[in-house]
Design a protein around this ligand. Structure first.
Ligand code: PGA
Length: 258
């Protein structure tokens, strides 16, 4: 079966950029993206802090080539959850994507597999595409536990969701030891792990990204791998020039056979 998976380049800004800085970035990126043919573009997603989402949506106006994502959310529609943001609040801001279960959320905010699972369902219910993150620590990799750990995380995320629901998800393989360290995972190894994630999901059309020190000088090797459909990028997404180089590397559309 031949499967077309549209490439994705997603920027995760983490806790960087004020509203004004976000607007300045977006204006610069829109100018660059304007020169690309629509048919050649990957899905371009920017995940700024919550505070910049509305201003960025207004600036994008009718510009459909760049989509907005949030970096996390609560699973409830509303309620007494001080400090949290709900999927409903994101949906009315025209947010289309939401990162779920990033390792920084799991580590610093103690998000569990159960919460990740609930958030995925809530995102789907409000028409948001979850970008579900999984990844092993250095200790797990060195102990040879990578494959079992990733499988467990993916199965916990997917539990009880139907093929129709699974189809609406994006996954990101982000080895924790590669995030923000400059130590990118070897492209062939990232390809292998992503292939096994796809097997666990059981649907060849689900897009799976690689994340962890993706930079302009290593993106081509990663994107050349048949299982890797794009990048989830932190540091290198903060500068419009380097993020645009990543977008260019994610073109043209890849056709893969599974
Ligand atoms: P990095 O972050 O590109 O800075 O390594 C990736 C991520 O955390 O999604």
């Amino acid at each position: 079966m031949t499967v077309n998976r549209k490439p994705v380049m997603a920027g995760n800004w983490k806790m960087y950029k004020t509203v004004q800085e976000a607007e300045t970035f977006l204006e610069a990126l829109m100018n660059k993206v304007k020169g690309l043919l629509a048919t050649d573009q990957p899905d371009i997603i920017l995940c700024p802090p919550f505070t910049a989402l509305d201003a960025m949506h207004r600036l994008l106006s009718n510009e459909k080539t760049i989509s907005l994502g949030a970096q996390t959310m609560e699973s409830h529609e509303e309620g007494a959850y001080t400090g949290e943001i709900s999927p409903k609040m994101l949906a009315v801001l025209h947010v289309q994507f939401v990162i779920i279960g990033h390792s920084e959320r799991r580590e610093y905010f103690h998000e569990t597999d159960t919460q990740v699972h609930a958030k995925i369902g809530a995102a789907l219910q409000f028409g948001l595409t979850p970008i579900v993150c999984v990844g092993e620590s250095l200790a797990q990799r060195e102990a040879g536990q990578t494959d079992a750990w990733i499988k467990k995380q993916v199965e916990a995320a997917l539990k009880d969701y139907s093929p129709e629901q699974r189809q609406k998800m994006i996954f990101a393989y982000e080895p924790i030891w590669a995030i923000g360290t400059g130590k990118v995972c070897d492209a062939v190894e990232a390809n292998r792990v992503i292939g096994s994630i796809r097997q666990t999901i059981g649907l060849p059309e689900v897009r799976i990204l690689y994340g962890g020190s993706v930079k302009p000088d290593n993106v081509t090797g990663l994107m050349a791998q048949p299982e890797i459909d794009g990048g989830l990028v932190g540091g290198a997404s903060l500068d419009p020039d380097s993020f645009f180089q990543l977008i260019q590397a994610a073109m043209p559309q890849k056709v893969s056979v599974s």
